[in-house]
Design a protein around this ligand. Structure first.
Ligand SMILES: Nc1ncnc2c1ncn2[C@@H]1O[C@H](COP(=O)(O)OP(=O)(O)OP(=O)(O)O)[C@@H](O)[C@H]1O
Length: 122
């Protein structure tokens, strides 16, 4: 069904977001990690640039998870039989999530590492 106007497109987009948050366990984990990172940013009073990097990093993980979910849905729609291409498509999409989450952890170390180190050293 095609969106007739901007408002309808927005409603469909929000429903896609809701679908991922409600049905995907990994999305809940990513959101939990994002809330934790934002909380740490507040506690450590990180700089504007660090906030920007944090928001960019969080958005890349959440976006990757949503694209992964979309790929999973389309693959499941096309076939419920084993197919090497279905396997490859799902694995590549899952790999994108893994890569973005790994880079987010590294970014977390870069931003919060020095702050945590100061506390440990005390
Ligand atoms: N139709 C298929 N043909 C071949 N391999 C498949 C097929 N469907 C799934 N797989 C394999 O099983 C793995 C798990 O698929 P599944 O659909 O359960 O996603 P998932 O890893 O549980 O996703 P998530 O945990 O993100 O919800 C895929 O990564 C892929 O390797």
């Amino acid at each position: 069904m095609k969106a007739r106007n901007l408002k309808e497109s927005f409603v469909y987009a929000l429903s896609g977001l809701k679908e991922t948050v409600i049905k995907e366990r990994n999305m809940k984990i990513h959101l939990g990690a994002a809330v934790l990172a934002l909380g740490l940013g507040g506690i450590f009073k990180i700089s504007r640039l660090e906030w920007g990097l944090l928001v960019l990093t969080i958005s890349s993980v959440l976006t990757a998870e949503m694209i992964n979910t979309a790929v999973e849905r389309v693959v499941d729609l096309v076939t419920d039989h084993y197919h090497p291409l279905a396997k490859a498509a799902k694995n590549v999409a899952a790999g994108a999530v893994f890569l973005s989450a790994l880079l987010a952890v590294i970014m977390g170390f870069i931003i919060f590492g020095p702050h945590i180190w100061i506390i440990i050293k005390r």
